[in-house]
Design a protein around this ligand. Structure first.
Ligand SMILES: NC(=O)c1ccc[n+]([C@@H]2O[C@H](COP(=O)([O-])OP(=O)(O)OC[C@H]3O[C@@H](n4cnc5c(N)ncnc54)[C@H](OP(=O)(O)O)[C@@H]3O)[C@@H](O)[C@H]2O)c1
Length: 213
């Protein structure tokens, strides 16, 4: 089960051109994201998000005492920085780097589990192999938290079962980073389609929930 979470402006941007993304949505939407994390085996981001935001990707709901989801970074060449929060916490919370190169000793020594998978285009991890490698680690449900390039890759492969879209009442403009990168569609009929199953208000934001058609 792969769920794509997006937190965007009205015009589908997840950050300014300079990469500033905190915060687009409000506290209630962010709390809902923490509940979504708690309901998945692992939370996954692309390395550009890990480098730009230095996220923890943990559940920080007050009173939460359950198991933290594993953290996964798609990082072909293992660019993840030594001093980042994901690496620093790797001994406490299972933290995976999915790469196309053999494990870097500096990451392994810090407790990061490096999975080497086959590459597809631009030498990036092929996502069906990623899903299989994570399932072999017991990680069957994934919450993909972006950024836009990773969101596009999962959609392109037809691997997204559900979308949780948090939309804030602001407009960032075309130079902002897109919630979904290039899909290389040649016809509208090839666009991935989803069925809206719920819409609710979270403070000033809208929470739209979709399932694969
Ligand atoms: N508002 C939000 O909810 C939200 C959420 C997340 C991120 N963001 C923002 O989004 C920005 C980063 O997004 P982004 O689109 O630039 O980058 P991204 O999707 O976070 O990361 C892309 C990188 O991941 C690596 N990667 C490995 N395997 C991949 C695959 N199969 N498909 C795609 N990428 C793969 C590639 O680097 P290698 O080739 O080196 O492996 C690629 O450059 C940041 O500014 C961040 O703040 C906002």
């Amino acid at each position: 089960m792969i769920t794509l979470k997006l937190a965007s402006s009205l015009d589908g941007r997840i950050a300014t051109a300079a990469g500033e993304s905190r915060w687009i949505t409000g506290p209630q939407a962010r709390e809902a994201v923490h509940r979504l994390r708690a309901a998945h085996d692992a939370v996954l981001v692309g390395v550009e998000t890990a480098l730009a935001d230095d996220p923890e990707l943990t559940v920080r709901t007050p009173g939460f005492s359950g198991r933290q989801p594993a953290r996964v970074v798609l990082d072909s060449r293992q660019r993840l920085a030594d001093g980042c929060k994901l690496v620093a916490g790797a001994r406490e919370i299972p933290t995976y780097v999915v790469a196309t190169t053999p494990p870097e000793p500096r990451l392994v020594q810090a407790g990061v589990r490096v999975l080497t998978v086959p590459a597809l285009g631009e030498d990036r991890p092929e996502l069906k192999s990623v899903a299989a490698a994570l399932a072999a680690e017991g990680l069957d449900s994934l919450l993909v938290e972006g950024g836009g390039q990773v969101a596009a890759s999962f959609l392109r492969c037809g691997l997204v079962d559900a979308i949780e879209w948090f939309r804030a009442p602001m407009v960032i403009g075309g130079e902002g980073r897109p919630a979904v990168g290039a899909l290389a569609l040649t016809a509208l009929s090839a666009a991935p389609r989803f069925r809206r199953i719920d819409v609710s208000l979270l403070g000033d934001d809208l929470w739209e929930r979709y399932r694969r058609v």
